[in-house]
Design a protein. Structure first.
Lengths: 279, 207
């Protein structure tokens, strides 16, 4: 049989229904026979309610406080007033219907030896000549410089190919370019990344398995694409602190630039994916 | 929390890590009320606002060390609470040596050596259980607030979070980074102090 003192010791746990079944039963038995303890528990419960009433003041957050906080944060982050840059990507438009906006240069390069040479080079590196280059092929100088730029940015440098393909997918996803998302998801799959991981990359880009340097560079590339004026000293400092060299910062931004130009070019001319409109 | 919320929270945390303005805006809008409530359990409203602002600035650097073992909101409340405690502790630091004693000294002396009541409590007037009636008495409410302020700070914070803001005991443990048994003892001790004070008021009409 519990003593009154023992009941008083467990009174809060009893009131909060946190006692295990057997101890709860012990308290109940005691209460049936002890009016003092019944009074104590009732009074303790009442005093809890009274305290709540007396101390419960509504917590309202003054707008001034929120403004002060945001002002102070902006000051420290060195950012601008521009809108959020981490929203979910919009769905892409995809290949349209009806006649193509631009005829693609088929086969091995429509008899132009320079185009034919570049096509062979592309084929030897990428396996096939994608519709992107079949579109650029109308302008051999632009084709050549674009191909050289792609090689310099994607196939050379010090950042991992995986990170660069991830930047390509994320930037393209932010710009809603289905063509590039397809192509570069394929590249990631060929490097052994699972489809779920790629889906997740598109859904929540910064939560993937990156080391701090990679994550900072990805974030910076994203910021540059979506809201360059909102880029902050702090973001660049984070990338540097995580070990990124100046050349690597340039490299990450160059991947962004490359895909921004591809995204705009492809979607403006509505260039279809190869398997959408077999050539 | 659903997995969609988890994903949104991970994305938000990643944004905060990158110093992303938009992420900070979202987070400030979402978590400032809870942080302010947490700070208010410790200090006066004006100081609490200062503390919350200061906490957000600290988050810029601290977020890199956030391990995600608790929810982001809980972690932010912990920062605000600790900073508020630091403020009021400046100059004095209370050390409680009887953390595992379940009964308040005032109550202990009301039991004899066999554990029976020496002077058993009397049921308060029939209105006693009805807070609406009782709080009519401004004097009592004033007296309660005065005694709350005199509680040891840890006890007061626990009582405010558990009984006034009615957070779950898990949340309180996580915010204060304390074991559940410690929180229970502190809560029980704080309640007894308030009980003794209110009982005195009931009997004498004086604070």
């Amino acid at each position: 049989m519990l003593t009154c003192r023992e009941v008083a010791e467990q009174a809060s746990e009893y009131l909060d229904q946190e006692l295990p079944w057997s101890r709860r039963l012990g308290v109940r038995l005691h209460l049936m026979m002890c009016r003092h303890c019944r009074a104590f528990l009732a009074n303790l419960a009442a005093s809890i309610a009274l305290t709540r009433r007396a101390a419960d003041q509504p917590i309202d957050v003054p707008k001034r406080l929120v403004d002060d906080i945001l002002g102070a944060l902006d000051g420290k982050l060195g950012g601008s007033d521009d809108a959020a840059v981490c929203e979910a990507p919009a769905a892409s438009a995809g290949a349209g219907h009806g006649p193509p906006r631009l005829r693609l240069v088929e086969g091995t390069g429509s008899g132009d030896p320079r185009v034919a040479r570049i096509f062979r080079e592309i084929e030897s590196v990428q396996g096939t000549v994608s519709n992107l280059f079949r579109a650029y092929a109308h302008h051999p100088d632009v084709l050549e410089s674009t191909w050289n730029r792609l090689r310099a940015v994607m196939l050379q440098g010090t950042l991992s190919r995986r990170l660069k393909e991830c930047i390509a997918v994320v930037v393209s996803s932010d710009n809603g370019c289905r063509y590039c998302i397809e192509h570069h998801s394929r590249a990631l799959r060929s490097m052994g990344m699972a489809q779920e991981e790629i889906d997740r990359l598109v859904r929540e880009p910064l939560a993937g398995s990156f080391d701090p340097k990679e994550r900072a560079l990805l974030a910076l590339a994203r910021q540059a694409n979506r809201d360059p004026h909102g880029a902050s000293d702090f973001q660049v400092a984070v990338a540097r602190r995580a070990g990124a060299t100046d050349a690597e910062i340039i490299e990450a931004l160059a991947v962004m630039e490359l895909f921004v130009s591809f995204n705009r070019f492809l979607d403006t001319l509505d260039i279809p994916l190869e398997n959408d409109r077999p050539s | 929390m659903g997995s969609a919320d988890d994903a949104a929270e991970r994305e938000l945390i990643a944004g905060l890590r990158c110093g992303d303005n938009g992420a900070f805006r979202d987070a400030v809008a979402r978590y400032t009320p809870a942080m302010l409530a947490a700070a208010r359990t410790v200090c006066d409203p004006d100081t609490a606002e200062d503390v919350v602002q200061e906490s957000w600035l600290a988050v810029i650097d601290a977020i890199e060390g956030f391990e995600g073992r608790s929810a982001l909101g809980t972690w932010l409340c912990r920062i605000a609470t600790n900073r508020a405690l630091d403020r009021i502790r400046r100059g004095r630091r209370e050390v409680l040596t009887d953390q595992d004693v379940l009964l308040d000294p005032a109550l202990t002396q009301r039991f004899d050596e066999h554990g029976h009541w020496v002077s058993g409590p009397l049921p308060w007037s029939t209105d006693a259980g009805d807070p609406a009636q009782q709080i009519e008495s401004d004097a009592l409410a004033e007296c309660i607030r005065e005694h709350l302020a005199r509680l040891p700070e840890n006890h007061r914070v626990v009582l405010m979070m558990c009984d006034v803001q009615q957070l779950s005991s898990t949340q309180v443990c996580n915010i204060l980074d304390l074991k559940e048994t410690n929180v229970r003892v502190m809560l029980h001790r704080a309640r007894q102090r308030m009980f003794t004070m209110i009982e005195h008021f009931q009997e004498t009409g004086e604070c």
